[in-house]
Design a protein around this ligand. Sequence first.
Ligand code: F6R
Length: 236
Amino acid sequence: MKFITVKTYEELSEKAADIIASQIIVKPNCVLGLATGSSPVGTYKRLIKDNENGKIDFSTVTSVNLDEYVGLDVTNDQSYRYFMNDNFFNHVNIDKSKTFVPNGCAADLKAEGEAYDKMIKDLGGIDLQLLGIGLDGHIGFNEPDSCFVGPTHEVTLDESTIKANARFFANEDEVPKTAITMGMMSIMQARKILLVANGAAKKEIIEKSFFGPITPEVPASILQLHPDVTVIFSEN
Ligand code: F6R
């Protein structure tokens, strides 16, 4: 594991964007695993600049996102599809038909999960997976549990996740209680993993995840078993 500590969120975002840019330069038709939440927003901003100034070209890139709230569709400004369009896809030359987010409105979420994993497999797997981390150690929406769950699946969000994400909604009651998330299988099968975390509040869970025991009670701790992980952390 490569653990990089930087001083500012700007530095974190610049480094993360550089790693993603290198991936695209090395393999222009790569599959990027993408995340939502506030942690990668700065990275997306840098990538948009890099695209504008001609440093990277997204035209042959495919993307697969980690997760989506159950019941929110693209027209809802809190859906993760809306977030990705708004914060990233609408501003770069990616082919939108090659950007995938699990469908949280699917009638059969189990079938949606199976189809999502099959699609990732058919794409040849994920070359580089970008991750954030929740205060409870979740990656994607894989919450603390008694076992690591492999396939893309429906989850009940933890109370702490609902509270943390309430900042994006009118109030806590508006936060969906369930989501569909890529499971540990597709995440761990990604060839490279890049996790970004910022803020003093994340320090403790970062320590637990990467320097503590590997346990499903701290979902991100499974990443200690991955052969190519880069963590970028800034306390500010
Ligand atoms: C989002 C996701 C989540 C977030 C995590 C941290 O697609 O998968 O695991 O990365 O909840 O969120 P922020 O970055 O808002 O602290």
